[in-house]
Design a protein around this ligand. Structure first.
Ligand code: SAM
Length: 190
């Protein structure tokens, strides 16, 4: 299989861990959008979401509960010191910062190494200026302000490509059977 935007074959994803780091979460204001961000990360092929900013067990509970019900090995955790974590990560992995000020994603995605683990960083409140410097790629999904959820979905679609949902989301209680007109699910307890 080939990546839609690249002549390179899609890398075996098991060898390149893909994390999403949510910076600056505000428990009350960002409740729904952070929850949706983690669910989008999971659905579009990330291996984990890392929450930072205000601690929020309810976000982690939502992500774990969806993984339990719908399958897969998606992980989530809280990181109290995200910039320190990023500085350490940068020694062996690739940092991709999604920002409306960055390089256009269609070009940038072709220059990102597929040999090392990557972390995709999205902001909430204003991001620290240092992030622009330590990121290996500052990537824009268009140069207009919009949503971190939309930016992440578009980036992951162009980076991961088509997911094999049947092999990725195994072991859950519920499997959705795609249907043109009906709501069909298979329940592991049936
Ligand atoms: N500070 C604003 C607020 O609290 O209302 C929100 C900032 S923006 C919605 C949050 C994040 O969305 C940014 O840090 C960035 O990661 C992502 N984002 C927004 N527009 C983007 C774009 N055009 N390209 C890439 N990322 C974008």
């Amino acid at each position: 299989m080939r990546h839609p935007l690249s002549s390179e074959p899609v890398t075996d994803r098991s060898s390149t861990r893909l994390s999403v780091l949510r910076l600056g979460h505000r428990r009350e204001r960002d409740k729904r959008i952070t929850s949706h961000l983690g669910l989008t990360a999971r659905a579009f092929g990330a291996d984990e979401v890392i929450l930072s900013g205000e601690e929020d067990p309810s976000a982690l509970e939502t992500w774990n509960s969806v993984t339990e019900r719908f399958g897969g090995n998606f992980e989530c955790r809280y990181e109290a010191k995200p910039m320190g974590w990023l500085r350490r990560f940068s020694k062996s992995g690739t940092i991709i910062h999604l920002t409306m000020y960055g390089e256009p994603w269609r070009e940038a995605v072709q220059n990102i190494s597929r040999d090392a683990p990557i972390v995709v960083v999205v902001g909430g409140t204003k991001v620290p200026g240092e992030l622009f410097k330590i990121a290996d790629h500052n990537v824009s999904i268009g140069n207009q302000p919009h949503s971190e959820v939309a930016a992440l979905a578009v980036f992951l679609e162009s980076w991961v490509g088509t997911l094999d949902e049947l092999t990725r989301f195994v072991g859950g209680e519920i499997e959705v059977i795609p249907s043109e007109r009906a709501k069909r699910v298979r329940n592991s307890t049936d």
